[in-house]
Write a protein that binds this ligand. Sequence first.
Ligand SMILES: Cc1cc2ncn([C@H]3O[C@H](COP(=O)(O)O)[C@@H](O)[C@H]3O)c2cc1C
Ligand SMILES: O=C(O)c1cccnc1
Length: 356
Amino acid sequence: MPETIWENEIKQIRLPDEEVRKASLTRWNHLAKPLHGMGALETMLARIAGIQGRLHPSLQKKGIVVLCADNGIVKEGVSQTGAEVTAVVAGNFLTGQTSVCKMAKVAGADILPYDIGILTDVEGLTKAEYKISCGTKDFLEEPAMTREEVVRAILTGMKIVKERKAQGYEILATGEMGIGNTTTSSAVACALTGEAAGVMTGRGAGLSDEGLIRKKEVITEGLARRNPDPSDPVDILAKVGGLDIAGLTGVFLGCARYQVPAVLDGFISSVAALAAVRIEPKVKEYLFASHRSKEPAHNRILEELGLEAVLDLGMALGEGTGACALFPLLDMAMTVYEEMSSFDDIQVEQYKEYTS
Ligand SMILES: Cc1cc2ncn([C@H]3O[C@H](COP(=O)(O)O)[C@@H](O)[C@H]3O)c2cc1C
Ligand SMILES: O=C(O)c1cccnc1
Protein backbone atom coordinates (compact mmCIF):
# COMPACT_ATOMS: atom_id res chain seq x y z
CA MET A 1 0.00 0.00 0.00
CA PRO A 2 2.59 2.68 0.90
CA GLU A 3 4.54 1.63 -2.22
CA THR A 4 1.60 2.75 -4.42
CA ILE A 5 1.31 6.10 -2.63
CA TRP A 6 5.03 6.58 -3.05
CA GLU A 7 4.99 5.77 -6.75
CA ASN A 8 2.18 8.30 -7.29
CA GLU A 9 4.20 10.95 -5.46
CA ILE A 10 7.25 10.28 -7.62
CA LYS A 11 5.17 10.70 -10.78
CA GLN A 12 4.39 14.30 -9.73
CA ILE A 13 8.07 15.34 -9.89
CA ARG A 14 8.72 18.03 -12.53
CA LEU A 15 11.88 19.72 -13.76
CA PRO A 16 12.71 23.26 -12.55
CA ASP A 17 11.71 26.21 -14.77
CA GLU A 18 14.45 26.44 -17.42
CA GLU A 19 13.25 29.83 -18.74
CA VAL A 20 13.58 31.40 -15.29
CA ARG A 21 17.05 29.87 -14.84
CA LYS A 22 18.18 31.37 -18.15
CA ALA A 23 16.63 34.76 -17.31
CA SER A 24 18.52 34.71 -14.03
CA LEU A 25 21.82 34.04 -15.84
CA THR A 26 21.06 37.01 -18.12
CA ARG A 27 20.48 39.18 -15.06
CA TRP A 28 23.87 38.10 -13.68
CA ASN A 29 25.45 39.02 -17.03
CA HIS A 30 24.07 42.56 -16.83
CA LEU A 31 25.53 43.35 -13.42
CA ALA A 32 28.49 45.73 -13.46
CA LYS A 33 31.17 43.14 -12.77
CA PRO A 34 33.35 40.80 -14.80
CA LEU A 35 31.25 38.34 -16.78
CA HIS A 36 30.72 35.12 -14.73
CA GLY A 37 32.88 36.73 -12.04
CA MET A 38 30.93 35.13 -9.19
CA GLY A 39 31.55 31.69 -10.68
CA ALA A 40 29.57 28.82 -9.18
CA LEU A 41 27.62 31.25 -7.01
CA GLU A 42 26.03 32.64 -10.17
CA THR A 43 25.06 29.28 -11.58
CA MET A 44 23.77 28.05 -8.22
CA LEU A 45 21.60 31.11 -7.69
CA ALA A 46 20.24 30.85 -11.24
CA ARG A 47 19.32 27.22 -10.55
CA ILE A 48 17.60 28.28 -7.32
CA ALA A 49 15.61 30.86 -9.32
CA GLY A 50 14.56 28.08 -11.72
CA ILE A 51 13.56 25.78 -8.86
CA GLN A 52 11.55 28.48 -7.06
CA GLY A 53 10.14 29.59 -10.42
CA ARG A 54 10.91 33.28 -9.92
CA LEU A 55 13.60 35.64 -11.17
CA HIS A 56 13.94 37.03 -7.67
CA PRO A 57 14.24 33.95 -5.45
CA SER A 58 14.29 34.13 -1.69
CA LEU A 59 16.53 32.36 0.82
CA GLN A 60 15.16 34.10 3.89
CA LYS A 61 13.93 30.96 5.64
CA LYS A 62 16.56 28.25 5.71
CA GLY A 63 16.30 24.87 7.40
CA ILE A 64 18.60 21.94 8.05
CA VAL A 65 16.69 18.66 8.28
CA VAL A 66 18.66 16.35 10.58
CA LEU A 67 17.48 12.74 10.60
CA CYS A 68 18.63 10.67 13.58
CA ALA A 69 18.67 6.85 13.65
CA ASP A 70 20.59 3.88 14.98
CA ASN A 71 22.23 1.11 13.01
CA GLY A 72 22.35 -2.56 14.06
CA ILE A 73 25.70 -3.00 12.32
CA VAL A 74 27.39 -1.06 15.17
CA LYS A 75 27.45 -4.40 17.07
CA GLU A 76 30.21 -5.51 14.66
CA GLY A 77 32.70 -2.95 15.93
CA VAL A 78 32.61 -0.62 12.91
CA SER A 79 32.49 2.67 14.82
CA GLN A 80 34.78 4.28 17.34
CA THR A 81 31.86 5.01 19.71
CA GLY A 82 28.83 3.12 21.01
CA ALA A 83 25.25 3.39 19.74
CA GLU A 84 24.16 5.25 22.90
CA VAL A 85 25.92 8.37 21.53
CA THR A 86 23.21 8.78 18.87
CA ALA A 87 20.50 9.55 21.43
CA VAL A 88 22.78 11.86 23.42
CA VAL A 89 23.75 13.97 20.39
CA ALA A 90 20.14 13.88 19.09
CA GLY A 91 19.02 15.33 22.42
CA ASN A 92 21.65 18.04 22.08
CA PHE A 93 20.00 19.30 18.88
CA LEU A 94 17.19 20.54 21.12
CA THR A 95 19.49 22.50 23.40
CA GLY A 96 21.71 23.90 20.65
CA GLN A 97 24.72 21.88 21.83
CA THR A 98 25.90 20.30 18.61
CA SER A 99 28.39 21.55 16.02
CA VAL A 100 25.72 22.22 13.41
CA CYS A 101 23.57 24.14 15.91
CA LYS A 102 26.45 26.54 16.53
CA MET A 103 27.09 26.97 12.80
CA ALA A 104 23.39 27.39 11.99
CA LYS A 105 23.12 30.25 14.47
CA VAL A 106 25.75 32.15 12.47
CA ALA A 107 24.15 31.21 9.15
CA GLY A 108 20.63 32.18 10.23
CA ALA A 109 19.29 28.67 9.60
CA ASP A 110 16.93 26.58 11.72
CA ILE A 111 17.87 23.09 12.87
CA LEU A 112 14.99 20.70 12.19
CA PRO A 113 15.87 17.42 13.96
CA TYR A 114 13.82 14.21 13.74
CA ASP A 115 13.99 10.82 15.41
CA ILE A 116 13.35 8.50 12.48
CA GLY A 117 14.84 5.43 14.20
CA ILE A 118 16.87 5.95 17.39
CA LEU A 119 17.19 2.91 19.69
CA THR A 120 15.62 4.77 22.60
CA ASP A 121 13.16 7.67 22.60
CA VAL A 122 14.54 11.16 23.19
CA GLU A 123 12.39 13.46 25.27
CA GLY A 124 11.09 16.39 23.28
CA LEU A 125 12.34 14.96 19.99
CA THR A 126 10.69 11.60 19.41
CA LYS A 127 7.31 11.74 17.68
CA ALA A 128 5.51 8.55 16.68
CA GLU A 129 4.51 9.89 13.24
CA TYR A 130 8.16 10.23 12.16
CA LYS A 131 9.65 7.19 13.91
CA ILE A 132 9.80 4.04 11.82
CA SER A 133 11.48 1.71 14.34
CA CYS A 134 13.96 1.61 17.23
CA GLY A 135 17.04 1.06 15.09
CA THR A 136 17.79 -1.31 12.25
CA LYS A 137 19.02 -4.92 12.34
CA ASP A 138 22.66 -5.97 11.98
CA PHE A 139 23.01 -6.46 8.21
CA LEU A 140 25.75 -9.05 8.70
CA GLU A 141 23.11 -11.31 10.28
CA GLU A 142 19.88 -10.32 8.50
CA PRO A 143 18.45 -7.55 6.29
CA ALA A 144 18.65 -4.19 8.06
CA MET A 145 15.00 -3.41 7.35
CA THR A 146 11.94 -4.64 5.54
CA ARG A 147 11.04 -3.12 2.21
CA GLU A 148 7.96 -1.64 3.82
CA GLU A 149 10.05 0.15 6.45
CA VAL A 150 12.19 1.70 3.71
CA VAL A 151 9.15 2.94 1.81
CA ARG A 152 7.69 4.38 5.02
CA ALA A 153 10.98 6.15 5.76
CA ILE A 154 11.06 7.59 2.23
CA LEU A 155 7.46 8.78 2.56
CA THR A 156 8.34 10.32 5.94
CA GLY A 157 11.20 12.26 4.34
CA MET A 158 8.85 13.53 1.64
CA LYS A 159 6.24 14.49 4.23
CA ILE A 160 8.86 16.47 6.20
CA VAL A 161 9.60 18.57 3.11
CA LYS A 162 5.90 19.13 2.41
CA GLU A 163 5.34 20.31 5.98
CA ARG A 164 8.41 22.54 6.08
CA LYS A 165 7.58 24.10 2.72
CA ALA A 166 4.09 24.90 4.07
CA GLN A 167 5.81 26.66 6.99
CA GLY A 168 7.68 28.88 4.55
CA TYR A 169 11.07 27.19 4.28
CA GLU A 170 12.64 28.25 0.98
CA ILE A 171 15.76 26.10 0.99
CA LEU A 172 16.60 22.92 2.92
CA ALA A 173 19.93 21.34 3.75
CA THR A 174 20.32 17.76 4.92
CA GLY A 175 22.11 16.34 7.91
CA GLU A 176 22.07 13.16 9.98
CA MET A 177 23.13 11.71 13.30
CA GLY A 178 23.53 7.99 13.74
CA ILE A 179 26.52 6.09 14.98
CA GLY A 180 27.55 3.57 12.33
CA ASN A 181 26.00 5.43 9.42
CA THR A 182 29.23 5.77 7.45
CA THR A 183 29.23 1.93 7.37
CA THR A 184 25.68 1.75 6.03
CA SER A 185 26.47 4.59 3.59
CA SER A 186 29.53 2.78 2.26
CA ALA A 187 27.57 -0.45 1.87
CA VAL A 188 24.78 1.35 -0.02
CA ALA A 189 27.39 3.21 -2.10
CA CYS A 190 29.07 -0.10 -3.07
CA ALA A 191 25.75 -1.59 -4.11
CA LEU A 192 24.73 1.50 -6.12
CA THR A 193 28.05 1.87 -7.95
CA GLY A 194 29.48 -1.66 -8.08
CA GLU A 195 32.67 -0.45 -6.37
CA ALA A 196 34.42 -2.60 -3.75
CA ALA A 197 34.28 -1.82 -0.03
CA GLY A 198 38.04 -1.28 -0.10
CA VAL A 199 37.64 1.94 -2.07
CA MET A 200 34.28 3.04 -0.66
CA THR A 201 35.11 2.91 3.04
CA GLY A 202 36.69 5.51 5.31
CA ARG A 203 37.22 6.21 8.98
CA GLY A 204 33.85 7.85 9.64
CA ALA A 205 33.96 9.60 13.00
CA GLY A 206 37.64 8.73 13.54
CA LEU A 207 38.04 4.96 13.37
CA SER A 208 41.40 3.34 14.20
CA ASP A 209 43.55 1.45 11.66
CA GLU A 210 42.39 -1.96 12.94
CA GLY A 211 38.80 -0.69 13.04
CA LEU A 212 39.01 0.40 9.41
CA ILE A 213 40.20 -3.06 8.31
CA ARG A 214 37.34 -4.64 10.24
CA LYS A 215 34.83 -2.15 8.79
CA LYS A 216 35.86 -3.04 5.24
CA GLU A 217 35.58 -6.77 5.99
CA VAL A 218 32.14 -6.34 7.55
CA ILE A 219 30.86 -4.38 4.54
CA THR A 220 32.31 -6.87 2.05
CA GLU A 221 30.87 -9.85 3.93
CA GLY A 222 27.51 -8.12 4.55
CA LEU A 223 27.09 -7.32 0.87
CA ALA A 224 27.98 -10.91 -0.09
CA ARG A 225 25.43 -12.31 2.36
CA ARG A 226 22.58 -9.88 1.63
CA ASN A 227 23.21 -9.66 -2.13
CA PRO A 228 21.16 -6.50 -2.81
CA ASP A 229 19.75 -5.93 -6.31
CA PRO A 230 21.92 -3.12 -7.80
CA SER A 231 19.04 -1.93 -9.96
CA ASP A 232 16.64 -1.51 -7.03
CA PRO A 233 17.55 1.29 -4.54
CA VAL A 234 14.74 0.23 -2.17
CA ASP A 235 16.14 -3.31 -1.99
CA ILE A 236 19.64 -1.92 -1.35
CA LEU A 237 18.41 0.38 1.43
CA ALA A 238 16.40 -2.45 3.01
CA LYS A 239 19.26 -4.93 2.99
CA VAL A 240 22.27 -2.81 3.99
CA GLY A 241 21.03 0.76 4.56
CA GLY A 242 19.77 2.79 7.48
CA LEU A 243 16.62 4.67 8.40
CA ASP A 244 18.42 8.03 8.23
CA ILE A 245 19.66 7.32 4.69
CA ALA A 246 16.22 6.08 3.59
CA GLY A 247 14.56 9.14 5.16
CA LEU A 248 17.05 11.48 3.47
CA THR A 249 16.35 9.73 0.17
CA GLY A 250 12.76 10.80 0.79
CA VAL A 251 13.84 14.35 1.67
CA PHE A 252 15.60 14.68 -1.70
CA LEU A 253 12.62 13.21 -3.53
CA GLY A 254 10.39 15.58 -1.54
CA CYS A 255 12.51 18.60 -2.45
CA ALA A 256 12.05 17.74 -6.12
CA ARG A 257 8.34 17.02 -5.62
CA TYR A 258 7.69 20.32 -3.79
CA GLN A 259 10.31 22.39 -5.65
CA VAL A 260 12.63 23.25 -2.82
CA PRO A 261 16.42 23.58 -3.40
CA ALA A 262 18.22 20.81 -1.48
CA VAL A 263 21.77 21.32 -0.18
CA LEU A 264 23.69 18.09 0.36
CA ASP A 265 26.05 17.71 3.29
CA GLY A 266 28.85 15.13 3.05
CA PHE A 267 29.23 11.47 2.15
CA ILE A 268 26.13 10.18 3.95
CA SER A 269 23.77 12.77 2.47
CA SER A 270 25.29 12.27 -0.97
CA VAL A 271 24.71 8.52 -0.89
CA ALA A 272 21.05 9.19 -0.01
CA ALA A 273 20.91 11.69 -2.86
CA LEU A 274 22.28 9.09 -5.25
CA ALA A 275 19.60 6.63 -4.15
CA ALA A 276 16.97 9.34 -4.80
CA VAL A 277 18.39 10.11 -8.26
CA ARG A 278 18.38 6.40 -9.11
CA ILE A 279 14.68 6.35 -8.17
CA GLU A 280 13.89 9.50 -10.18
CA PRO A 281 16.67 11.15 -12.25
CA LYS A 282 14.90 14.56 -12.28
CA VAL A 283 15.84 14.89 -8.58
CA LYS A 284 19.37 15.81 -9.65
CA GLU A 285 18.20 19.21 -10.86
CA TYR A 286 17.19 20.13 -7.29
CA LEU A 287 20.51 19.19 -5.66
CA PHE A 288 23.41 21.41 -4.59
CA ALA A 289 26.67 19.86 -3.42
CA SER A 290 28.15 21.93 -0.61
CA HIS A 291 31.49 20.48 0.44
CA ARG A 292 33.84 17.60 -0.27
CA SER A 293 34.01 15.39 2.79
CA LYS A 294 37.20 13.76 4.04
CA GLU A 295 35.48 10.39 3.53
CA PRO A 296 37.49 9.01 0.59
CA ALA A 297 34.51 7.83 -1.46
CA HIS A 298 32.61 11.10 -1.41
CA ASN A 299 34.26 12.22 -4.65
CA ARG A 300 33.16 9.07 -6.41
CA ILE A 301 29.55 9.64 -5.32
CA LEU A 302 29.60 13.29 -6.42
CA GLU A 303 30.99 12.17 -9.76
CA GLU A 304 28.16 9.66 -10.06
CA LEU A 305 25.69 12.46 -9.27
CA GLY A 306 27.36 14.81 -11.77
CA LEU A 307 27.73 17.47 -9.07
CA GLU A 308 30.71 19.49 -7.96
CA ALA A 309 31.23 20.51 -4.36
CA VAL A 310 32.14 24.18 -4.01
CA LEU A 311 33.89 23.87 -0.63
CA ASP A 312 36.84 21.64 0.18
CA LEU A 313 37.52 22.00 3.89
CA GLY A 314 38.56 18.48 4.87
CA MET A 315 35.45 18.25 7.05
CA ALA A 316 34.13 14.86 8.23
CA LEU A 317 31.51 15.69 10.81
CA GLY A 318 28.02 15.12 9.44
CA GLU A 319 24.94 16.68 11.16
CA GLY A 320 24.63 19.00 8.12
CA THR A 321 27.71 21.08 9.05
CA GLY A 322 29.21 21.22 5.54
CA ALA A 323 25.85 22.07 4.00
CA CYS A 324 25.34 24.83 6.55
CA ALA A 325 28.68 26.35 5.52
CA LEU A 326 27.25 27.01 2.06
CA PHE A 327 24.38 29.16 3.32
CA PRO A 328 26.32 32.37 4.06
CA LEU A 329 27.89 32.18 0.59
CA LEU A 330 24.48 31.86 -1.02
CA ASP A 331 23.27 34.84 1.05
CA MET A 332 26.22 36.91 -0.18
CA ALA A 333 25.54 35.87 -3.77
CA MET A 334 21.90 36.87 -3.32
CA THR A 335 22.88 40.33 -2.09
CA VAL A 336 25.12 40.90 -5.09
CA TYR A 337 22.42 39.63 -7.43
CA GLU A 338 19.71 41.87 -5.98
CA GLU A 339 21.61 45.01 -5.01
CA MET A 340 24.42 45.49 -7.51
CA SER A 341 24.12 48.16 -10.16
CA SER A 342 23.91 47.02 -13.75
CA PHE A 343 25.87 48.26 -16.76
CA ASP A 344 22.71 50.14 -17.80
CA ASP A 345 22.60 51.93 -14.39
CA ILE A 346 26.18 53.11 -14.61
CA GLN A 347 25.90 53.78 -18.35
CA VAL A 348 29.03 51.97 -19.38
CA GLU A 349 28.51 51.48 -23.10
CA GLN A 350 31.50 49.37 -24.05
CA TYR A 351 30.24 46.43 -22.02
CA LYS A 352 26.82 46.31 -23.68
CA GLU A 353 27.91 44.09 -26.54
CA TYR A 354 29.92 41.95 -24.17
CA THR A 355 26.87 41.16 -22.02
CA SER A 356 24.11 40.90 -24.59
C1 LIG B 1 30.03 12.79 19.43
C2 LIG B 1 29.69 12.64 17.95
C3 LIG B 1 28.97 13.64 17.33
C4 LIG B 1 28.68 13.50 15.97
N1 LIG B 1 28.03 14.29 15.13
C5 LIG B 1 28.03 13.75 13.93
N2 LIG B 1 28.66 12.58 13.95
C6 LIG B 1 28.89 11.78 12.75
O1 LIG B 1 29.53 10.55 13.05
C7 LIG B 1 28.68 9.43 12.84
C8 LIG B 1 29.19 8.57 11.73
O2 LIG B 1 30.43 8.04 12.00
P1 LIG B 1 30.62 6.47 12.26
O3 LIG B 1 30.04 5.77 11.09
O4 LIG B 1 32.11 6.32 12.35
O5 LIG B 1 29.93 6.11 13.54
C9 LIG B 1 27.33 9.99 12.50
O6 LIG B 1 26.51 10.02 13.60
C10 LIG B 1 27.67 11.34 11.94
O7 LIG B 1 26.63 12.23 11.88
C11 LIG B 1 29.11 12.38 15.22
C12 LIG B 1 29.83 11.37 15.87
C13 LIG B 1 30.13 11.49 17.23
C14 LIG B 1 30.92 10.40 17.92
O1 LIG C 1 30.88 13.02 5.15
C1 LIG C 1 30.06 12.69 6.01
O2 LIG C 1 28.82 12.72 5.78
C2 LIG C 1 30.54 12.26 7.37
C3 LIG C 1 31.83 11.90 7.58
C4 LIG C 1 32.24 11.51 8.85
C5 LIG C 1 31.34 11.48 9.87
N1 LIG C 1 30.08 11.82 9.66
C6 LIG C 1 29.67 12.22 8.43
